[in-house]
Structures are given as structure tokens and as C-alpha cells.
Design a protein. Sequence first.
Length: 106
Amino acid sequence: MPLANSACRQYISTMSSLPLLPATVIGSWSFPGWYAKFCADVAQHPDQFDFEDRAEAVRDAVRLAVDDQLRAGADLITDGEMQRVDFNLGFYDRLSGIQPLPPARH
């Protein structure tokens, strides 16, 4: 039980050092264009990408999301939910009556 108490004290210490209204993000961080393309390529040709390729892409996308949040001054940082590819890129494919906007840039 000492480990649980130690983790609890550390959590309380961390939370008490935050501002009264800490800034954070809610939901998924926007995918970088290269990561969206990588995810589409993996979906079309899964045999061309191994575990290390996928892990490296996720790490790089998370690194960018964390950096963006730090530069914006967020108090609570997330991983941007970069591993939720199916939800982020596949959700709108299942809705009818909407059309996607073209990408703002490539």
C-alpha cells in the first residue's frame, strides 16, 4: 500500500500546483497532414508498414501535439489522441448527407 499512498500524494501535489482554472484541450488534436496521409497509406497497404513504422509515426505526431500545447500555454497536456485513427478519420465516412471540405493545404 505504500506505493499507492505515494502515488496519491504525488497526484495531489501536482493537482494543487495548477491554476484555479487550468487550461487544457478537450477531444482529439488535429492530425498533421503527413500523419493523416500515413494513416490512409497504412489502411490501403498494411503489409508495407511494420510495427516500428507505425510506432514512430504515432510518437512523432504525439510529439507535435504536445509541443503545440506547451507553446500555447496549456496546463494539462494530452497526447492528442493520435492513436484514435479509426474514430478521427472514419467517423464522418459513416454519416450521410455531409460532404468533406477540401484540405486547406497539402
